[in-house]
Design a protein around this ligand. Structure first.
Ligand code: URP
Ligand code: ZN
Ligand code: ZN
Ligand code: ZN
Length: 510
């Protein structure tokens, strides 16, 4: 491998290389165990009660608390150059915020410019991130344009640079055509890479935007009008169809609507191998926020695909997660300050798209999922950590509490509450879409590669402590035929209700 391997300076390595977590309840995706966890040099070495351990080991009492795998956020955009500006959470502040909320690994997106070599862009990201990240990280690579060199560069990224995933866009100025998507998916399949897609119909969005602006609809409320549920659902359906033509497994990022979720489920029923990710934002907020009279508030909630006006969307998406119709959750953390959002004061299409979420994702999902009684703690672990580890081929090193796994662990207090606010969050951004939300479930300790980085709720993140983690190709979770059953449709009542609802009302946009 020619990828530079970063050495962590000695003074940054774990001050306390031995740790025992006693009396807690370990929650993995498939099991709950009353066992202690012994950690040495960043690795889980023993599990059980009455363990024999060396003297001088630090002991943390986790009685009454859950010991869970650290969150893995498969979707962040730190220092992202987008719509002419750069997102304000960089790899330091972004990963620090992640740790504060119980996330111990993030996967960000390399964003090459059109015509730029994908490998050069990858190196630019490694340079930006390696000395800043407080926790481990991986990289997906965006393909902003299709040309003859792309297949070769994708192959090099997979074989030499530890990248196993590529994101293609169906909207924005860097959207690919259907035949380019076909080629991209075909190459992903050949390489054993994860094909990720931003599914919205870009051509229709552009036409709707022109029409709305001409009618004088220029404020943030125009955003969802220009990209309705069916604009998202059509693209999800088309992406699934194209991937299926070349038998490529597909990962649909940020599924934001009931219609898009339904399109995924129906594609799966036809035999498409597809996983769906939704966002903390979509599980806790709805589109009414974008109609708020205060511009900072409405523009602050603007991302793509948009938060949906249908107020039943957040709970339905959580139910999709409960039923394995959706499989994982990200934040899509892509934060812009008030002044940056104001670039779109007189034209909603110029408001930089993106919201926060990397810090609050775990708490928000606990609150809306477990505390609300829709999912159990095992499913919480699955959708916040384990399935991401499996999809990106990091399991069982990441995503579980097991002997030999990285000691990325959260001691979660389900009885404690906290109230989210921009005044207390650890982001660089001046706004928080979850402002005022009270969450049960607080990460009291967050252990990153064996180092206690949140200690009794005190954040002690260390700049540069994290490492780049290579993601190997051919993840069995999506490429092994034996696993196909795990992505089967759930055949549940909610789908029939949704189909009935769709049939009853034709979706006519204003
Ligand atoms: O609005 C969003 N989602 N901003 C980030 C870029 C993307 O499409 O993921
Ligand atoms: Zn996207
Ligand atoms: Zn406001
Ligand atoms: Zn994104």
């Amino acid at each position: 491998m020619s990828t530079p391997v970063k050495k962590v300076p000695i003074h940054l390595q774990s001050a306390q290389n031995r740790l025992l977590i006693k009396n807690g309840k370990i929650v993995n995706e498939d099991d709950v165990l009353e066992q202690d966890v012994y950690i040495e040099d960043g690795i889980i070495k023993q599990l059980g009660r009455n363990l024999i351990i060396p003297g001088g080991t630090r002991v943390i009492d986790a009685r009454g608390k859950l010991v869970i795998p650290g969150g893995i956020d498969p979707h962040t955009h730190f220092e992202f150059e987008f719509m002419g500006i750069t997102s304000v959470d960089d790899f330091y502040q972004g990963t620090k915020a992640a740790i504060a909320g119980g996330t111990t690994m993030i996967i960000d997106f390399v964003s090459p410019k059109k015509g730029e070599s994908l490998v050069d862009a990858y190196y630019t990201y490694r340079e930006k991130a390696d000395n800043k990240v407080c926790c481990d990280y991986g990289l997906h690579v965006i393909i902003p344009q299709w040309h003859d060199r792309v297949p070769q560069e994708m192959a090099a990224l997979c074989s030499e640079h530890g990248v196993n995933s590529f994101k293609m866009f169906m909207a924005y100025s860097f959207m690919l055509t259907d035949s380019e998507l076909y080629l991209a998916f075909e190459n992903c399949k050949r390489l054993g890479a994860v094909a990720m897609v931003h599914a919205e119909n870009g051509a229709i969005i552009n036409k709707n935007t022109e029409r709305l602006l001409a009618k004088g609809i220029t404020g943030p409320e125009g955003h969802e009008l220009s990209r309705s549920e069916e604009v998202e659902a059509e693209a999800v359906n088309r992406a699934c169809m194209i991937a299926n033509q070349v038998a490529c497994p597909l990962y649909v990022v940020h599924v934001m609507s009931k219609s898009a979720g339904l399109a995924l489920v129906q594609a799966r029923e036809r035999g498409c191998r597809v996983v769906g990710e939704t966002l903390a934002a979509a599980l806790a907020c709805d589109g009414s926020q974008c109609k708020h009279p205060c511009f900072q508030h409405s523009a602050g909630h603007l991302l793509s695909p948009p938060l949906r006006s249908d107020p039943t969307t957040p709970q339905t998406l959580m139910t999709f997660l409960a039923q394995n119709d959706l499989q994982l959750t990200g934040s899509d953390n892509c934060t812009f300050n008030k002044t940056q959002k104001e670039l779109g004061l007189s034209d909603f299409s110029k408001i930089p798209n993106g919201v926060n979420g990397v810090e609050d994702r775990m708490s928000v999902i606990w609150e809306k999922g477990v505390h609300a009684g829709i999912i159990d703690p095992c499913r919480f672990v699955a959708i916040t950590s384990t399935i991401a580890a499996k999809v990106f081929n990091l399991y069982p090193r990441k995503g579980c509490i097991g002997i030999g796994s990285d000691a990325d662990i959260v001691i979660w207090n389900p009885n404690q509450t906290r109230t989210i606010s921009a005044k207390t969050h650890h982001h660089a951004v001046d706004f928080n879409i979850f402002e005022g939300m009270e969450c049960h479930g607080v990460p009291e300790y967050v252990i990153v590669n064996g180092r206690v980085c949140v200690d009794e709720e005190q954040l002690k993140a260390v700049e540069g402590f994290g490492n780049f983690v290579e993601t190997p190709v051919f993840p069995p979770f999506i490429y092994d035929i034996e696993n196909a059953g795990k992505l089967k449709p759930s055949n549940n009542g909610i789908l029939n209700d949704l189909i009935a609802e769709k049939l009853a009302k034709a979706e006519i946009e204003p």
